[in-house]
Ligand binder design. Structure first.
Ligand code: CP
Length: 309
């Protein structure tokens, strides 16, 4: 067994994990597949608090489903409006309070650095469930798990990431994660939404990275196409959003020259960047990716709470 220990660990950034640790989480996620169907009492009497200061469908519900499938319970809130932050309570005090009621906290927050700050004030583990435009580490683990499940490997693949690489937190975590493997990465975005320099500076030292505005040019060689939505809510100026809205649209014509075994992923939600007719193609794997969210989050809860080694 590799020398890994997740018990009591915060999950703040994917950069905090080695490839060996990530592989261990992916293996544990695979072992959760039958448990996700049959249930378990592995986390009986354990409580997860989901503190979501921003909207979510997949992350919050799959964390809560994961906890229920492992025999535990959930508390929390899905919007800041109904929590005492509305009365002016700060994040540190919220965390110092909730740690009395829960064994582990999953936090989504609009501010970058919020999960790190929460971990400094918490005596129970904090899981970053998405912080501003910064990172979404558990989504990156789901993305890697899906790639490995679909392709049987991660090393050796040509992966293209398209969309909003500036404000999309999932692509930042995914880029950091992929840079721990032996992959070739192509980044496709409008000029104003190119990958953040601080992410690029790190990943370029580890793997071949190309920036390419034209998807048509690279699609015939691509093994995995990771599509993201343009993050309207993060634009400081509506006019800037209007300029890039609808820039990329994956349709059946786009896939004409694609490999038959191309895997199309999307962290979801989507707006108009993948047209619904693509959903019926064998290449579309984004709803399977959403299912994988449950097993990966089951693995994370079980590992961090020490229910599995
Ligand atoms: N992928 C993802 O983070 O989706 P939600 O915003 O619905 O949680």
């Amino acid at each position: 067994m590799p020398n890994v220990n997740f018990q009591g660990r915060d999950i703040i950034s994917i950069e905090d994990f080695t490839q060996q640790e990530i592989n261990y989480i992916l293996d544990t996620s695979r072992s959760m597949e039958p448990i996700a169907k049959n249930g378990s009492d592995m986390l009986k009497r354990k409580i997860l608090a989901t503190l979501f200061f921003e909207p979510s469908t997949r992350t919050r519900l799959s964390f809560e489903a994961a906890m229920l499938k492992l025999g535990g319970n959930n508390i929390g809130f899905a919007e800041a409006e109904i929590a005492s932050v509305k009365k002016g309570e700060n994040l540190a005090d919220t965390i110092r309070t909730v740690q009395n009621y829960a064994d582990i906290i999953a936090l989504r927050h609009p501010l970058e650095g919020a999960a790190k700050l929460a971990a400094e004030f918490s005596n129970v583990p904090i899981i970053n469930a998405g912080t501003g435009a910064e990172e979404h580490p558990t989504q990156a683990l789901i993305d890697l798990y899906t790639i490995r499940k679909e392709k049987g490997k991660i090393d050796g693949l040509k992966i293209a990431v398209i969309g909003d690489l500036r404000y999309g937190r999932t692509v930042h975590s995914l880029a950091y994660a992929l840079a721990k493997y032996n992959v070739e990465l192509t980044l496709i975005s409008p000029e104003t939404l190119k990958m953040r320099r601080e992410v690029l500076n790190i990943i370029q030292t580890k793997i071949p990275v190309a920036e390419e505005p034209n998807l048509e040019k690279i699609i015939p060689q691509t093994d995995v196409l990771y599509v993201t939505r343009i993050q309207k809510e993060r634009f400081p100026d509506a006019a800037e959003y209007a300029k890039v809205k609808g820039t990329y649209r994956i349709d059946l014509k786009t896939l004409k020259n694609a490999k038959k075994d191309l895997t199309i992923l999307h962290p979801l939600p989507r707006i108009d960047e993948i047209v619904p007719e693509v959903d019926a193609t064998p290449q579309a794997r984004y709803f399977q990716q959403a299912w994988n969210g449950t097993v990966v989050r089951m693995a994370l809860l079980a590992l961090v709470l020490g229910a599995t080694k």
